[in-house]
Design a protein around this ligand. Structure first.
Ligand code: DCP
Ligand code: MG
Length: 446
């Protein structure tokens, strides 16, 4: 196959995932407005997932429970059962892997598949999409929406377009026409501030953007402008990542509201470090390098990286290093996104995860892992994380388009496995600070 032959990529995203699972398991919830969220006495809780019935009242993910109650007094609020959703997620991913080994899970309920080589066996992209939908419905009693296209970008937009239970096929060559009528907010990399700026250019739809003079956009937005035009034409060379090629484990979190509160920022780094170390242990890996990513409210993004004195799979060294790297970058800024990634896996150990003498800590950590397995990642929080009401960043990275997901987790962790899209070029504008941190420019890619 020549490099230019169109690929067949599917984006599969389950509908109202947490809420649909609860409706499946509790028949009294079917057909009713359901919001999965913390509820109870915790007034700071937010909605994790809303059933489509609840959405007609305006209830959606990340909305405070209080607001949801006001909008939808008849809504039934159900507590989050993280362990169950993780289990179902693994079942979903297992179904997807029947059709190709090239499955790139990007959150707990969505994945990209490259089925280019599977077509001989299972039929074209549309046929494979139908088989996947049928298997998810038949075996898991859930519905999935699927986009089929030659690029990840277009497949993802397609899967979102006719939710729930949607199937959108965009044949190769028709990408630009497919995208043209859609609002620019559908495009990765167009957040509210870019959308506002584009309005000055008279851009409302992706088609408007595609028709703009490329050099004018580059003058206004820098290299981000050029990639915006490419994307408006549906151009996206990003491959579906080979699951065996995972080279790092990471989490990113986009705050629902930008924050400068050091407590919140540090807690978030802690939560992400816990998630990362848990995944390392689960995979039997130790990391020698920690990378943090910080994006401020002006969409300036920096990453800082540091080698560890010795490879680790424990939270503390990862968190301490992440804090050290991130603190100077966060000072005085409102932060939009944080990420923590562990990489540099020199050691793959089956049993001996801990050095001799670490026995006590080993028992503590293993007990925590056990609870995590039984009750889901959310169950494990340190004192600093308790009663904060901040969403566990590792459950889901809401609002984070794949474009902006710089990190990746190992293959065993479908809901969060992320990989670097492309090597980040050196940033001439921000030389590395004193010490051993390297700075790389992640570009204005939101
Ligand atoms: N999630 C969460 N907090 C958020 C967003 C999502 O906990 N802010 C969880 C609950 C969702 C699941 O992740 O069920 C999947 O997220 P999606 O964005 O795919 O949303 P849904 O699957 O709920 O709905 P849709 O039908 O729009 O995909
Ligand atoms: Mg979904």
């Amino acid at each position: 196959m020549s490099e230019r032959a169109p690929r067949t990529i599917l984006h599969v995203d389950l509908d109202a995932f947490f809420a649909a699972i609860e409706q499946r398991d509790r028949s009294e919830l079917r057909g009713k407005p359901v919001a999965v969220g913390m509820g109870g006495a915790n007034d700071r809780g937010v909605v994790s997932a809303a059933s489509y019935e609840a959405r007609t009242f305006g209830v959606h993910s990340a909305m405070p429970i209080r607001t949801a109650r006001r909008l939808c007094p008849d809504c039934i609020f159900v507590p989050v059962d993280g362990a169950k959703y993780q289990r179902v997620s693994r079942e979903v991913m297992a179904i997807l892997r029947r059709f190709t080994p090239l499955v790139e899970p990007i959150s707990i309920d969505e994945a990209f598949l490259d089925v280019t080589a599977s077509r001989a066996l299972f039929g074209d992209g549309e046929a494979i999409a139908r088989q996947i939908k049928a298997a998810v419905r038949g075996e898991l009693e859930l519905t999935a929406s699927v986009g089929v296209a030659a690029t990840k970008l277009v497949a993802k937009i397609g899967s979102d377009l006719r939710k729930p239970d949607g199937l959108v096929v965009v044949p190769p060559g028709t990408e630009a026409a497919f995208l043209a009528p859609l609002p620019i907010s559908r495009l990765w990399g167009v957040g509210p501030s870019t959308a506002t700026a584009l309005r000055d250019f008279g851009v409302a739809t992706i088609g408007d953007l595609a028709n703009l003079d490329r050099s004018a956009l580059v003058r206004r937005f820098g290299k981000h402008g050029a990639s915006l035009v490419d994307r408006a034409h549906g151009v996206d060379a990003d491959p579906v990542d080979d699951p065996d090629g995972a080279k790092s484990v990471g989490h990113e979190h986009t705050f629902d509201e930008d924050t400068a509160d050091p407590e919140v920022l540090e807690r978030t780094l802690l939560a992400m470090s816990e998630g990362v170390s848990g995944r390392l242990r689960h995979a039997g890996l130790k990391a020698g390098t920690v990378t943090v990513k910080i994006r401020d409210s002006g969409f300036n993004t920096v990453t800082r990286q540091r080698g560890l004195p010795e490879p680790t799979d424990l939270t503390d060294p990862i968190w301490r290093t992440a804090l050290d790297l991130a603190r100077p970058e966060m000072r005085g800024k409102r932060i939009r996104l944080l990420g923590v990634t562990a990489s540099g896996f020199g050691v793959r150990e089956q049993l001996g995860l801990f050095e001799a003498g670490d026995e006590r800590q080993r028992r503590v950590v293993e007990a925590a892992d056990e609870v995590r397995e039984r009750f889901g990642t959310r169950a494990i929080t340190r004192a600093r994380l308790l009663r904060t009401g901040i969403p566990a960043p590792f459950e889901r990275d809401p609002g984070t388009a794949v474009e902006r997901r710089g990190e990746h987790a190992v293959a065993e962790d479908p809901e969060a496995r992320r990989r670097k899209r492309r090597p980040a070029p050196a940033n001439p504008a921000a030389p590395p600070p004193a010490g051993d941190a390297d700075a790389v420019d992640d570009a204005f890619d939101d």
